[in-house]
Design a binder for this molecule. Structure first.
Ligand code: GLC
Length: 867
């Protein structure tokens, strides 16, 4: 179970508005707000509070980046005012089973469980035009819409001027007024043209596996109007790679049929599909009668046309085509008559079901009068519950917004999708990455312990009896996993399990039995123990863990192909895992292990501080040829970020070494837009014939600002007690802050979620953010800010308060759900140092230390902390 799958006690909240107000305004901005609330003031699907379309509205949020967008914090939304943003700014709509990635302009892709084998709609990744196709609606006035035979180019243009899309894209004709918004699990479009306003909310509700398109149409003019409304989606052929390879014959094996009651059914039955028994049927239907439909893309779009000018719409109606082989689509035509001032609601459902009977039942359920409102209320309730685990008020509103809304939201999407599919990742070959998902768990633990546990069960089931793990795997597709062995993968779970136990206060999970991938089973603790054993059994000539295929830095395999290379960073990660295991061992009855773990830790620590120390920083690795990587002796890749940050995180850096190493980071790697991953970038190191990486200098793995790795610098600075630096590193990568600095046309990616990396100063596009949404940055930024800067951290003994904030902050508040109780924490920085807890008062009583007692579930506790 996760946030998406929980059902709500639905049915009571969020009634849909049946009728709109008698709208006075003719068109444009005023019409947008008119369509928004029902005559009785009842809230409708996806309604937002402040009216940002009207310039005179009170409480109007600040428009940023040349008016491109604004945050609506109370509604947990971001609104967009520009159709042609530099890239599609995405959202993920999901109930945990049915998913839709949808852009601010309506482009995107729907899939059932897996975008590899059950990709329902087609999205043309990296092809022009950008951001096609999507779940589009078209609005057409009937008295102007028919008649064109679409012969000449002039005809085309004339005809296309007669219909428009609430998503703005893809019709050539644009609405007069338009905006869109992403919220928690939904995306909304508000548009108006020619006296008609349309408000569409797309979301996936908890009750059915479907994308719900909730459309409200309002006639703002003085005369009755009859409209054709078309809903359109291009169907993909489920198995994406097979589609690319052999659609010429596979397309003969798909069909779109029309079932009684106005339901289109798309059936994919290609031979050899990996899971025929689970391959769903797709249904496409609405809750109003159809005046036409199309299942054949050629019939609806026409030749040498696109979604911008579908032939059927220009001709004023669908052709009622079905498809027994060909290029499938779903198009529904509905006809709506609106009296002046009248609002009507239409709901469209693009969903999946195991078979035809189930599909028809799902449509029947979806056509119930309050289905959309109930589904939306359920979605909202789930997110309220999930995000209710944490709320803070900070002197920095940008940080506050990230920590209360967008960062936990993004982290949850990473947890759900690993690094599988985004605007940048095509969802073709990466299932669940072991390393990636084990880190994603860290940010879900405080919000949903059960979901975190389930994910850990899934991960630990990918572990072999000797302790190593599959690098990535395919729980939905049933494909063989990718089995390359990396020095770090198996060690991440110790961190996640420790967090889970600290959060829950329940160590029984350690005893749970979980199978090994290659047979047999063992307890969770035994899995973790074998992970440690595996590393202990794979140490190199210098006593550091062998690099194997790579460590966290994927590119390192190029200097360790012969199997002799060692990772000094993994020694630090190993040390961090060992510290967790020293805590966990006694809880699992493995007290004697703790002693061995301590010895291993001490031994690694010694090596890190001796052979691993370069004078001003820690070295990164030992290459196959026995030379060190990450030393001042070389002219390239002298200094690597991870080896510095983790020397502190692991507690391994002796004496002043941690501070000196982090000073080198500040002096040599930090920029105004984040910390570079390494310096100087690699061109021909270790040799021109076989360089460590082919990335251009300043990009990707070669000296870009790799945001994920920046998070560890924040934690390291907090551990060193340098709150000003920690905060600098944190704030400069807040996406909206970085966008302000770089400029929207340079930064390009979303200002509400982290990107994986920003091109560095050595590239020609310093500040270009890319590979957004699915990145370990989300989980670790959340950990860094909530647990280390704000210092509210679960420990095995309870909740601990250990802030390291910028010295100039006067204070902040946090409300944190922990073991069922709600802690309302107020921190006052009376010393002006931003750290070191002096006094703690609970309910007015003074406590010793900075460890808060455990309270009964349901209790609310007021805590005052003085620094
Ligand atoms: C990508 C990978 C991650 C890896 C990182 C650094 O983000 O998903 O597994 O650790 O790159 O190479």
């Amino acid at each position: 179970m996760n946030v998406n799958e929980k059902r709500s006690a639905a049915g009571n909240a969020g009634r849909l508005s049946a009728l709109g107000p008698a709208a006075a305004a003719a068109a444009g901005a005023a019409a947008l707000s008119a369509a928004r609330s029902g005559a009785d003031g009842a809230s409708s699907v996806g309604e937002t509070v402040p009216d940002t379309a009207s310039p005179s509205a009170a409480g109007m949020p600040e428009r940023r980046s040349d008016g491109a967008y604004a945050f609506l914090d109370e509604a947990r939304e971001i609104e967009f005012y520009r159709r042609d943003l530099p890239t599609p700014w995405m959202n993920y709509l999901s109930n945990g089973t049915f998913h839709m990635m949808l852009s601010h302009a309506g482009g995107g892709v729907a899939f059932y469980k897996s975008p590899q084998i059950w990709r329902i709609t087609r999205y043309r990744f990296f092809h022009l035009p950008t951001d096609r196709s999507g779940p589009y609606l078209y609005i057409q006035e009937t008295d102007r819409g028919s008649g064109s035979d679409a012969g000449s180019a002039a005809d085309l243009n004339r005809a296309s001027a007669e219909y428009w899309c609430p998503t703005n894209e893809p019709s050539f004709t644009r609405p007069d007024a338009w905006k869109s918004a992403h919220g928690m699990g939904y995306t909304r479009f508000e548009a108006a043209k020619g006296g008609i306003s349309a408000r569409t909310v797309y979301f996936v509700g908890p009750e059915e596996n479907s994308l719900i398109w909730n459309l409200n149409l309002t006639n703002d003019g003085p005369e009755e109007k009859t409209l054709n409304v078309y809903a359109y989606a291009e169907f993909g052929m489920m198995e994406f790679m097979r589609e690319l390879q052999w659609q010429c014959y596979n397309k003969h094996q798909v069909s779109v049929t029309h079932a009684e009651g106005g339901v289109l059914l798309y059936r994919y039955g290609v031979e050899n599909q990996p899971k025929p028994e689970e391959t769903p049927l797709v249904y496409f239907a609405a809750d109003v009668p159809l005046t036409g439909y199309d299942g054949d893309r050629d019939a609806f779009i026409g030749s040498y046309r696109s979604e911008s000018n579908p032939l059927a719409i220009e001709r004023g109606g669908c052709t009622n085509s079905t498809l027994l082989g060909g290029d499938p689509c779903g198009a529904l035509q509905m006809t709506v008559t609106l009296a002046p001032g009248e609002t009507k609601e239409i709901n469209v459902f693009l969903g999946t079901a195991p078979d035809e009977a189930e599909a028809l039942l799902a449509v029947e359920r979806s056509r119930q009068k309050d289905f959309a409102a109930r589904s939306f209320a359920g979605l909202r309730e789930n997110w309220d519950d999930y995000l209710g685990a944490w709320n803070c008020e900070l002197p920095d509103p940008e940080a506050q917004r990230m920590l209360n809304v967008w960062n936990p939201y993004q982290a949850q999407r990473n947890f759900l999708f690993s690094r599988n599919i985004s605007f940048y990742a095509t969802g073709t070959f990466r299932g669940v990455g072991f390393r990636d998902t084990a880190q994603d768990v860290l940010a879900v633990v405080p919000h949903d312990i059960e979901a975190a546990k389930d994910k850990l069960r899934l991960l630990l089931g990918q572990q072999y009896a000797d302790g190593h793990v599959n690098h990535y795997f395919f729980p939905h597709e049933g494909w063989d996993p990718v089995t390359s062995v990396h020095s770090d993968d198996h060690l991440w779970t110790a961190l996640a399990v420790w967090d889970l136990i600290a959060e829950s206060g329940d160590a029984s999970f350690l005893a749970e039995q979980i199978p090994y991938y290659d047979g047999g089973e063992g307890s969770v603790y035994e899995h973790l123990r074998r992970a440690i054993d595996f590393t202990e059994d794979h140490l190199g000539a210098n006593g550091f863990p062998l690099m194997l295929r790579s460590d966290w830095n994927d590119q390192l395999f190029r200097v360790c192909r012969e199997g002799r290379g060692e990772s000094i960073w993994t020694a630090m990660q190993f040390g961090t895992a060992l510290l967790k295991m020293i805590d966990l061992a006694p809880m699992a009855g493995g007290g004697e292990d703790a002693e061995r773990y301590r010895k291993l830790y001490d031994d690694q620590q010694k090596r890190v501080n001796e052979a691993g120390w370069d004078g001003k920083w820690f070295r990164r690795a030992v290459m196959d040829d026995g030379r060190f990587l990450g030393t001042d002796e070389h002219d390239q890749a002298k200094l690597w970020l991870n080896a510095q940050t983790w020397s502190v995180l692991s507690g391994m850096a002796d004496g002043e070494k941690g501070r000196i190493a982090m000073d080198s980071v500040r002096d040599m790697l930090d920029t105004e837009l984040g910390i570079k991953k390494l310096h100087p970038p690699i061109v021909d190191f270790p040799s021109a014939e076989d360089p460590l990486t082919n990335y251009n200098p300043g990009t990707g793995e070669n000296g870009a600002v790799f945001c994920h790795a920046n998070t560890w610098a924040i934690i390291a600075e907090c551990m060193l007690g340098r709150g000003d630096l920690a905060y600098k590193y944190y704030r400069q990568l807040i996406p909206s802050v970085a966008m302000d600095k770089a400029g929207i046309e340079r930064y390009r990616a979303e200002p509400y979620v982290y990107a994986s990396n920003l091109f560095g100063p050595d590239s020609d596009k310093f500040g270009l953010a890319n590979v957004s949404w699915l990145t370990g940055t989300a989980a670790w930024m959340y950990v860094a800010a909530t647990q280390h800067i704000l210092g509210v951290r679960a420990s095995l003994e309870g909740l601990r308060i250990d802030p390291c904030i910028p010295p100039e902050w006067e204070g902040y508040t946090v409300s944190r759900r922990f073991r069922g109780a709600l802690y309302e924490i107020e921190v006052r920085n009376e010393s002006g140092e931003g750290r070191v807890v002096k006094e703690v008062f609970v309910g007015g009583e003074r406590l010793e230390g900075n460890q808060l007692p455990i309270y009964a579930p349901g209790e609310t506790v007021r805590v005052e902390v003085v620094l």
